[in-house]
Design a protein around this ligand. Structure first.
Ligand SMILES: Cc1cc2nc3c(=O)[nH]c(=O)nc-3n(C[C@H](O)[C@H](O)[C@H](O)COP(=O)(O)OP(=O)(O)OC[C@H]3O[C@@H](n4cnc5c(N)ncnc54)[C@H](O)[C@@H]3O)c2cc1C
Length: 338
């Protein structure tokens, strides 16, 4: 997919080549997530990238392809007329009428009707220098859990610029209603809590001195009923958003973009292209939305029994046929894809 979009070579220089995902219970001994990409083949790997690196490469490609970009406008709705549609920018300001509008405005797209789709949990996120040589390996995505309401991760994300500092994304799961109390309490209280779960994370934590270094992201789960509405097509999170535990949101958004581009390249009949796009993507989207929905209580909830079962069965299951290959294909995004 990245190769077809023309960004693979550059991203391979920025990204970290991932061999496996390693999630353990507090104490670090018992594994409850053990996924190895090489179950899919000797060269199979993940490519962990900072989203700014991905965005820069896609932007360069758009410029090179002659796209005209306009900045500083906030879409508020669409106006359809005959076989076309225009974007409204609030008030009377609107775009010219186009043959097709691609809504890639993400989970809060004002072009999609949805009820509140936010989940109770989210996470604090921040970047730090990758703690290489301090018990962390850039080819491994590491996580620690206690039940399903406390978890943390140190994930390699490569560098933003070629040859730049190698970075890690750090996360700490938090309920949205606990965020104000976290902000009000001294940072050191929280750091002590993290260290109790994961003493090895000390090198990463040393980089954090202020609450302002963190972004709190509340997760959402929703699937828009109609990915195509007249001459508007919703792609990425605007169509289907999910909690990020499978790490597939960006992959799915790019797969949508590629499938839409391919469908439009096949024919001049836009309606036929849109039908072909939906046909190509609907099954894969449904499958991943379902898997994500099933996994959410296992990794982000206040439940006790499901995580307790996870703690007992996940490790033996993950090494039993056909699970190694199945798990690897889930996190590679290839399960059920054409
Ligand atoms: C904390 C967190 C961690 C994640 N981790 C991963 C991960 O490890 N791997 C992974 O694959 N995915 C991950 N995801 C999911 C991933 O970020 C999304 O699925 C992906 O970014 C969706 O891409 P998109 O282009 O559809 O939307 P977005 O990336 O959200 O882009 C939407 C764009 O539209 C702009 N926009 C929004 N509203 C308007 C408006 N009204 N007018 C004009 N512009 C507007 C926004 O500013 C933004 O630039 C994570 C998500 C979160 C919240």
């Amino acid at each position: 997919m990245l190769a077809e979009l023309g960004v693979l070579a550059a991203l391979e220089k920025h990204g970290a080549r991932l061999k496996r995902l390693d999630g353990r219970l507090h104490g670090g001994k018992r594994k409850v997530l053990d996924v190895r990409y090489d179950a899919l083949g000797p060269d199979a790997h993940g490519l962990a990238v900072h989203r700014a690196a991905l965005f820069d490469q896609l932007l360069n490609t758009a410029h090179a392809d002659g796209a005209t970009l306009e900045y500083g406008k906030e879409g508020s709705g669409v106006e359809t007329s005959g076989n076309g549609a225009a974007i409204q920018f609030g008030g009377k300001d609107r775009s010219p009428t186009f043959d097709l509008i691609v809504d890639a405005l993400g989970v809060r797209s004002p072009l999609v009707k949805r009820v509140n789709s936010h989940l109770p949990f989210g996470a604090l996120w921040a970047n730090a220098p990758f703690p290489a040589g301090h018990g962390f390996d850039e080819s491994v995505l590491s996580q620690r859990y206690r039940s399903a309401d406390v978890s943390s991760g140190v994930m390699p994300i490569g560098s933003i610029d070629e040859g730049g500092e190698r970075l890690a994304a750090f996360f700490w799961t938090l309920r949205a209603d606990a965020y104000p109390a976290w902000r009000d309490a001294p940072l050191d209280h929280w750091k002590a809590e993290v260290l109790a779960l994961w003493p090895e994370a000390a090198t990463v934590l040393a980089h954090f001195t202020s609450h302002d270094q963190f972004v709190f992201a509340q997760y959402a789960h929703h699937t828009a009923k109609f990915p195509v509405e007249g001459r508007v097509v919703h792609i990425g999170d605007a169509w289907h958003a999910a909690s990020p535990q499978l790490g597939q949101g960006a992959n799915m958004a790019l797969l949508d973009a590629l499938a839409l581009a391919n469908a439009l390249n096949e024919t001049d009949d836009i309606d036929a292209a849109l039908s072909a796009f939906v046909k190509a993507r609907r099954g894969h989207v449904r499958l991943y939305q379902t898997i994500s929905w099933l996994f959410t209580p296992v990794y982000q909830s206040n439940l006790k029994v499901i995580p307790a079962l996870r703690d007992v069965f996940a490790q033996p299951l993950s090494v039993t046929w056909p699970m190694p290959k199945l798990l690897a294909s889930i996190v590679a995004g290839t399960l059920g894809s054409r």
